[in-house]
Design a protein around this ligand. Structure first.
Ligand code: DGL
Length: 284
């Protein structure tokens, strides 16, 4: 039993889809979420930059003494997870490997299509993870750069502009008739239905759900599940604009968010400033 919190970070508010899945699979756990809303998006940035940001995000979360850190951002998982293993002294879980495992399970050797940001596609992290599990499974990737801003704008699965764009992104993918489509970005679970409608013969895999199930398994195996029964707390920290995070984040989380704190650059980079407020002790 371990009542320390789970740390979760993302480039912004998209990682709340992973928190939503965590709350479903691990309802007793306290979650400390960091959204790097000042530096989002990560999906168009270079690997070196994303690695640097991801390491800083992890170190911010370490102030809360987490029992594990989940890299909820696909782009950060793709660019940084391997490096982070040697730089962060707590168990880490990214979203790529759980999503790939779930995809391979459904595909049974048939083609897997991965939809993701430009950086995730360029990293080749999903094809590599799938090849590690099943070397003969064909993988195609499609970058969908305009989906993130449209989804944040509030356009959902039934929005005509979003559907038109998705149809264009999926044009070549559909010709290859994949058996599985992986939603390889934090935002895409919100439009999973639109993807499923355009590709009715494919199994749509949500990395967020697969990650939450793997987190539960890791904690159970380490005998580190929370012993507190009842509703686990969620406390969010953001590097900019807590108001926007609160307003839009509720759609990603599935219910309103109350507890959002703005972390100034000074507080983010200088541990003693946030410690002075006593926030960390209270959160743990
Ligand atoms: N969170 C990012 C991901 O899952 C999407 C948003 C961004 O580009 O930062 O890849």
């Amino acid at each position: 039993m371990n009542n320390q919190p789970i740390g979760v970070f993302d480039s912004g508010l998209g990682g709340l889809t992973v928190v939503r899945a965590l709350q479903r699979h691990l309802p007793n756990e306290t979650i400390i979420y960091f959204g790097d809303t000042a530096r989002v998006p990560y999906g168009t940035k270079s690997t070196q930059t994303v690695l640097q940001f991801a390491e800083q995000d992890c170190h911010f979360l370490l102030r809360f003494n987490p029992k594990m850190v989940i890299v909820a951002c696909n782009t950060a998982s793709a660019a940084a997870l391997t490096e982070l293993y040697s730089r962060v002294p707590v168990p880490l879980l990214g979203v790529i490997e759980p999503g790939a495992t779930e995809a391979v399970r459904h595909a049974r050797g048939r083609t897997v299509a991965v939809l993701a940001t430009e950086s995730t596609v360029a990293s080749g992290a999903y094809p590599r993870a799938i090849a590690n599990l099943s070397p003969d499974t064909p993988v195609i990737q499609q970058r969908c750069p305009s989906l993130v801003p449209l989804i944040e704008e509030g356009r959902g699965a039934d929005d005509p502009i979003l559907q038109m764009l998705l149809r264009e992104y999926l044009e070549d993918v559909r010709l290859l008739r994949p058996a599985v489509v992986v939603l390889g970005c934090t935002h895409y679970p919100l439009i999973g239905e639109a993807v499923a409608k355009l590709m009715p013969d494919a199994q749509v895999v949500d990395s967020a759900d697969a990650t939450a199930r793997q987190a539960r398994q890791m904690l159970a195996e380490a005998d580190a599940l929370s012993g507190v029964s009842g509703k686990g707390r969620l406390r969010c920290y953001v590097s900019d604009n807590p108001q926007r995070f609160r307003e839009i984040g509720g759609r990603f989380l599935g219910h309103p968010i109350r507890d959002v704190t703005w972390v100034t650059p000074e507080q983010f980079f200088n541990e003693s400033l946030l410690l002075a407020s006593g926030e960390e002790e209270e959160a743990v």
